[in-house]
Design a protein around this ligand. Sequence first.
Ligand code: NDP
Length: 474
Amino acid sequence: MFEYAPAPESRDVVDIKPSYGLFINGEFTDGGGTAFKTVNPASEEVLAEVAEASEADVDRAVQAARQAFGPWSALPGSERAKYLFRIARIIQERSRELAVLESLDNGKPIRESRDVDLPLVAAHFFYYAGWADKLAYAGYGTNPRPLGVAGQVIPWNFPLLMLAWKIAPALACGNTVVLKPAETTPLTALAFAEICQQADLPPGVVNIVTGAGATGAAVVNHPDVNKVAFTGSTEVGRLIARSVAGSGKKVTLELGGKAANIVFDDAPLDQAVEGIVNGIFFNQGHVCCAGSRLLVQESIATELLEALKRRLGTLRLGDPLDKNTDIGAINSAAQLAKIRELSQIGEAEGAERWSPACALPERGFWFPPTIFTGVAQSHRIAREEVFGPVLSVLTFRTPAEAVEKANNTPFGLSAGVWTEKGSRILWMADKLRAGVVWANTFNRFDPTSPFGGYKESGYGREGGRHGLEAYLDV
Ligand code: NDP
């Protein structure tokens, strides 16, 4: 293989301030909690100090959102749409800066933040801007009403994209928002706060409160919040479901997954290999719908695995800001520890571990792309979400066995099917208990398409017309 010359994206396009406050009622203010540092996971360099919102700060944010709710919800949809279109255009104008900021704070390769995250963020705002004046035609009655104040808590794997998934439909429907980004990735949410100012969004319509789990809990449990939207771990999702039960708050939960990526013997192998790589190594495997279980038909298992290993040998791991990089940094030391632990358990339980020769940088949090073969369904690496670049390989003989193995999980977020036969795709899609089933592709997202899970992957749908329902009083 030939060598690539380094092609680093310039950091000069971003202006990271030494410290950030909370964004409440259209202004940046101090937080009552203890400020925390956000680091670049690729170098462990401190990027900025960020305010922690106390319960009293969250209360201020909810009050600001409540005050803004009356006038915002009374605006004609076409007026709300103007703000959303404006935000979408500013995101496009600032997309290079936002992509660099996302890669610095999260560790994901610039190629992904630039070509996947940011275009989808803008597309989400454009899409829901289009709905704002057409809500009466969305299938939720002739005069659909917003819910009020939405409390939203998002994770670190797609920081700005998860913000867009939450804020765009909420505002289009006439709600106001208090959003808490993840502790390790607050910077693009704070840049978004500046974008709200730039777009002249009325104060209080969007409030951003930074902090850790306690701040998230204060948002979710605030009595004046009408709607809770959460994306994150199943464990915290369970806590939230318990704490809001009986409160009358409307809830959507987007939790973990353990998706099966199923390859039949008639699949185009080269394409399937690309789909497997994209399924599990995209975003370092920090993807709730990642294809973390490869189910391959026994007759082609050897051939497919050889091709897959060859392909993994060509993946480049390293500086997230280098445009040649395929695999960036693991988002945090805690997540790296979890990936290491589950991988060690995989070996201890008898599965065979393989990674390509791959030099890891000395500083920062890194994990090589890893494949486990000889995996049994009872192994923890086949059952639990690793949330890292780790693939478990299992085999099957018949379509019925593939379905049974794929569905043998407490999760139900996504699945992939690789076959030449359209009839088999439809048969499988009907049988697979997963919110999204991709056919001959994987990890494809579009704002028009609803996304969400079954079982322990959560409930409610985000995206598309279905995503409006979560923010309307229906
Ligand atoms: P969490 O579920 O802990 O975090 C998600 C968000 O919820 C963060 O903003 C977090 O804040 C906040 N939070 C934490 N505790 C509470 C609480 N009690 N009430 C309200 N909000 C809370 O996920 P982690 O980031 O800790 O990741 C752990 C595991 O979760 C991963 O290994 C992965 O398996 C899974 N995960 C799944 C995701 C998905 O997309 N489905 C996304 C991220 C993680 P803070 O960041 O400060 O802790």
